[in-house]
Write a protein that binds this ligand. Sequence first.
Ligand code: UD1
Ligand code: MG
Length: 460
Amino acid sequence: MQTPLNILILAAGLGTRMKSNKAKVLHQAAGKALVEHVTDTALRLTTPDRITVVIGHQADRVRDLLSARGVRFALQSEQKGTGHAVLCCEGAVPEHTGRVVILYGDVPLLTLATLEKLIRLQAEAAVSATALTTHLDNPTGYGRIIRNAAGDIAAVVEEKAANAEQRAVREINAGIYCFDAALLWKHLHDIRTNNPAGEYYLTDMVEILSGNGHRVLPLHVDDPSELLGINTKLELADVDRILRARKARQLMLDGVTIERPETVTIDEDVRIAADSVIEPFTRILGKTVIGAECRVGAYSIIESSTLEDDVQVNPFSIVATSYVSTGARIGPYARLRLENHVEAGVHIGNFVELKKTRIGKGAKAQHLAYLGDSTIGENVNIGAGTITCNYDGKKKHQTKIGSNSFVGSNSTLVAPVTVGEGSYVAAGSVVTDTVPSDALALGRSRQIIKEGWAKKRREE
Ligand code: UD1
Ligand code: MG
């Protein structure tokens, strides 16, 4: 089937009821802007050059957000209605043949399966258009579906223009359509603004098409939540919850164990391999990738990071923008703050913070340390309380610790500084100069013993 499919995503509106300075489609649910969800669904149906996003409010921000996906944009500088938004795409779409699917930037729950059904119905019935409908207990605010005797859609009547009888109709227009492209572009200019809002209503296409002897078929969606459009922050929270529940469910079906799934927050683009265990109240965000047989402990946050297989992140830890290799053990209460690379089998224990640090195979920093801007070799032992002094008040400096060396507890390493391979730093040292390989560095005052001092004091 070589019929080209173009998809138009209407995303120019502000969304006044969000009570926000940010355009509605930029608000996030499940870690992605609403318009990103819709665009990503569209990308599963057609190629990027056949997706046109109508932008208006905060056009630059919407364009910046989506441009890497390679889609087209049509600017609607003044929002004169959904029909006008489609008119703005007339010159932007690559061809006026095949099919055109219209999506809204603020309806992110719509599934690929439903859209495929809508397109299939239009193709198989060979009708001018198909539209998604559903029944709502409270249809207020939506366009009502008026069917003819054959069950086709004869008209969509907007709330403002509806009479009492029409308002009582509970079948509503979702605003999602599949049009025969030639008929859409031919009749689009017939839309007038003779309605209470003075707008170009795309919904008028239904009457225009049927007036010209063409059929428009409804596709009824049984689960109305799929068609939820977002108008308020309250609805945003509902959609966020639904998206995350869907994500958790899919992961579980793919073999991931999630304990108390209703408590976890997992972004849509996260990938987790089978047999990993996700404990309650975790947040796994961004484009995080987690391998097989990992464990993410309760209350941990993993953000935009990669965990290879068999990584254990114990409770209350944070791993952000970091790479953690196989067999590593992190936490509890560890913080991998920014751009760290933890190699295989490393142990990072409680109250250890890493920043821009690479730590080699089998190395251990088990308790109470700050390791920043540092490169640490294999099998190094970092004692409790070790601090890299990476900042001199103006600039950041590097610390290098060679493989198989031992940094005693409570040492401060004043960067820039290098500790050679196989060397020892005595506990409590302040290291300011290079430590040669295989050496012992003592950077502390000698211990003094005053015999009998304590006993004497007690007797005083
Ligand atoms: C629309 C439908 C209504 C349907 C409802 C479903 C029309 C006339 N009405 O009404 O039948 O029940 O959706 O949610 O189409 N947009 C633009 N440019 C514009 C106007 C809107 O890009 O000039 C975008 C908005 O950003 C939004 C979408 O189109 O993403 C829908 O616009 P909205 O104003 O919410 O339409 P409704 O009044 O909800
Ligand atoms: Mg709306």
